[in-house]
Design a protein. Structure first.
Length: 217
């Protein structure tokens, strides 16, 4: 990885790493922080596709020789390792073990996207918000950003929740208040708390048993 590495960069909260429609010749691994991957329509409406955590590889989500199909921005301050995209083919041919890890990470992101798509298509609002909260806590625990108290300090706004889950702001606010009354999810402006993770996962039909140890590149 050190031979492949071309430097490191830091992002402040809100900084854009990759602009939708622009061309880039870099790949990245996230060392610290959390990023948002999203797509937008011409009228400004946005769909958040995924949240990216330490260990995730960034830049393989689109075709290598085409402009980026998405925007990636920092949800919180972030630290990334940078690589030259043109060196990637030679790198994976010389390092089959790391190539397997990269393939595994790509497959896990696709699995996560399938869960989010299922939420948009079939889960009701309460299930969508609970599923997202459990998924975020689960990912954070696997990267040491949260512990067994099931509390995650992330400044995710209600607008961002709505952009992720296809809900209006009014519906999002109403759903968050209902889930808090039910004791399933406590979602504040800078903190997510899921008091009983097993209960919430069962309610949202989130399979936590599939999340195994992740490779860190």
């Amino acid at each position: 990885m050190q031979e492949f590495k071309a430097g490191e960069i830091r992002l402040d909260r809100g900084d854009v790493l990759i602009d939708e429609g622009a061309s880039y010749d870099r790949l990245y691994t996230l060392l610290e922080g959390v990023l948002i991957r999203s797509q937008s329509l011409e009228d400004g409406r946005r769909q958040i596709l995924n949240f990216m955590f330490p260990g995730d590889l960034i830049g393989l989500q689109g075709a290598f020789d085409e402009p980026s199909s998405h925007t990636i921005e920092a949800l919180i301050d972030a630290h990334l390792c940078r690589f030259k995209r043109g060196d990637f083919a030679g790198f994976v041919s010389k390092n089959p073990g790391l190539a397997y890890d990269i393939t595994w990470l790509a497959a896990k992101e696709e699995t996560a996207l399938e869960g989010h798509i299922l939420s948009l298509g079939q889960r009701n609002a309460r299930e969508r918000v609970t599923y997202l909260a459990v998924w975020l806590i689960d990912r954070a625990q696997s990267t040491c950003l949260a512990d067994e108290s099931n509390v995650l300090a992330l400044p995710i706004t209600q607008s961002q929740i709505a952009d992720m889950l296809g809900l209006s702001l009014v519906h999002t606010n109403r759903t968050l208040r209902q889930l808090q009354r039910e004791g399933l999810v406590e979602w504040k402006s800078r903190k997510i708390h899921v008091p009983d993770l097993a209960k919430a996962a069962d309610f949202a039909q989130f399979d936590r048993s599939r999340e195994k140890s992740r490779p860190f590149l």
